[in-house]
Design a binder for this molecule. Structure first.
Ligand code: C2O
Length: 541
């Protein structure tokens, strides 16, 4: 095993995009940021120095951080932000992990421009479980904002209303030819006819789930969330923010220039949405360079069936070890709420439906980040920062709520709290996510830190234990699960990684509204079951 050392400087950089010049926050003045390359079981050391006036943290999305919770990165969950001028060194081992991951800022909406890929190859001499590709390419889906994103977040939260869509979608930072002033701001892969390419897809977008397709070409999924899957061939894929997927593409079409396109998957029922998309080129050697590319066919923005088809295709390649029995089962509603507007000034911050303010919650608790990290408060037994009473089911259970889009247990009035669920070390845990909402249901990409989990079942409508079908044979092993719109998903894992782990919707606007909760996994007995001491340079709040 080797050690990979990286130097990350959080720096602002001036960029011109979409006819507009502005400053963005980056790592090492790169957008997207530098790629972290490693091999399975490697040690990673990244020294992060914050040279901007903004708070920063870096999260290593999908890295399970076995016994290294201190380096996970979510602000106010496992660490205080790295303040202007400060340095924090992240150190962790990729224990039995390989594949496509990504790193991103995990404080306010800084992730909008602060993200990059992590590529972990198998151990030396270990081949991929598929024919070795001719070349590999990283393809990061993102969103680009002309406004200052940190300001935008504050404005959206203060308004009580929704967030405007991004000004552009991007592929590896490039919006593509359909946007103003962007005919040369296009990502391109040059391909040799007949060869097979591995694309490492990452959705780093802030607030949108996305379809991805290449004109006239099939995609064969071979990995999802950095775990191998049985090969599944499809015309398009969908990735929620936080999801990664490796696909094989063979250049088996007539020589030409083909579009690679990403476009929105917007399942919310009451949102009228204009299809916008980002385009990149999949261009054959010998194609006429300036020719118009063949358009890729993306599903319509509300095509739930297209999403289900991809999900149905995700099956673990290798034999899996799904817990057959469970010790702890939690029913967790995930949903959007409208809370009664508290403002004395009408129209001021009551921009949500029915003059309310938008909120989001799990089991009717809107998560509020504390002022020091939950992990530090837990570890040092500092009281007053969180409670241990996250409920095992929604606080209130309504069967039918007037005007609710489905009859799922509903959360008309969420309450604020920093509530955690404490789990015994080694316990076998099941979480049943139920999408709900008082004004809209929506597919929520729920991400769990510190673990991968088996997605044993999912479906539409309300979860019903009598009729739910579980796959305990070859379910995918993921870290982010899109809970179907108005539906449910069930995950299982063994709580064998002690620490404080954030679980949240990876759409940042929902996270800001409180769609999250914290799981605390207690220490076990042995040394390899115990969280080590905090690092000396851990930032202070
Ligand atoms: Cu990729 Cu808590 O995030």
């Amino acid at each position: 095993r080797s050690t990979r050392i990286y130097d990350f400087k959080v720096q602002t950089m001036t960029v011109t995009k979409l006819c507009n010049t502005k400053e963005i926050v980056t790592i090492n003045k790169m957008f997207p940021g530098p790629v972290v390359y490693a091999q399975e079981n490697d040690r990673i050391i990244v020294k992060v120095t914050n040279e901007t006036p903004f708070n920063a943290t870096i999260h290593w999305h999908g890295v399970r951080q076995k016994l290294s919770c201190w380096f996970d990165g979510p602000s106010y969950i496992t660490q205080c932000p790295i303040q202007a001028g400060q340095t924090f060194t992240y150190e962790f081992t990729l224990v039995k992990q390989k594949g496509t991951f990504f790193w991103h800022a995990h404080v306010s909406w800084l992730r909008a421009t602060v993200y990059g890929a992590i590529v972990v190859y198998p151990k030396t001499g270990v081949p991929y479980p598929f024919k070795h590709p001719f070349e590999e390419h990283i393809v990061i889906l993102g969103e680009y904002w002309l406004r200052d994103v940190l300001q935008l977040e504050r404005q959206v939260l203060a308004s009580g209303g929704g967030s405007p869509p991004a000004d552009a979608f991007t592929i590896n930072g490039h919006p593509g030819p359909d946007y103003n002033c962007s005919s040369n701001d296009v990502y391109k892969i040059d391909v040799v006819p007949g060869k097979t390419y591995l694309l490492r897809l990452i959705n780093a977008g802030l607030n949108m789930e996305n379809f991805f397709a290449i004109a006239n070409h099939k995609l064969t999924i071979v990995e999802a969330d950095a775990e191998y899957t049985k090969p599944f061939t499809t015309d398009r894929v969908m990735l929620g923010p936080g999801q990664t997927m490796n696909v094989l593409v063979t250049a088996d079409q007539p020589i030409g220039k083909y579009s690679m396109a990403m476009g929105p998957y917007m399942s919310a029922q009451n949102v009228a949405f204009q299809n916008i998309s980002a385009i990149a080129y999949f261009q054959y050697l010998g194609a006429v360079p300036n020719s118009v590319s063949l358009p890729a066919e993306l599903p319509s923005f509300n095509d739930n069936l297209a999403v289900k088809t991809v999900m149905d295709g995700l099956r673990s390649l290798n034999p899996v070890n799904v817990p057959k029995e469970i010790d702890t089962s939690l029913f967790v509603t995930v949903g959007l709420n409208v809370n009664k507007c508290q403002s004395k000034i009408p129209q001021q911050n009551c921009q949500g439906p029915n003059n309310g303010t938008f909120a989001a919650s799990m089991n009717n608790i809107s998560f509020v980040k504390p002022t020091i990290s939950v992990l530090e408060a837990y570890y040092k037994k500092i009281g007053g920062h969180f409670t241990e009473d996250f409920p095992d089911a929604p606080l209130k259970f309504y069967d039918f709520v007037n005007g609710a889009p489905n009859n799922a247990p509903n959360n008309t009035q969420a309450i604020n709290g920093t509530r955690t669920k404490v789990l015994e070390f080694g316990s076998r845990v099941q979480l049943i996510f139920q999408d709900t909402g008082t004004f809209s249901t929506e597919n929520h990409p729920i991400h769990l830190h510190g673990y991968s989990f088996y997605v044993v079942g999912y479906g539409t409508g309300n979860f019903n234990p009598q009729t739910a079908n579980f796959n305990l044979i070859d379910p995918p092993y993921m870290n982010t699960i899109g809970v179907p719109v108005g539906g449910w998903a069930v995950i299982r894992f063994v709580a064998d990684n002690p620490g404080v782990w954030f679980m949240h919707c990876h759409l940042d606007i929902h996270q800001s509204w409180g769609l999250g909760a914290v799981l605390i996994v207690k220490n076990g007995k042995g040394e390899l079951e115990t969280l080590p001491h905090p690092p000396a340079d851990l930032p202070r709040c």
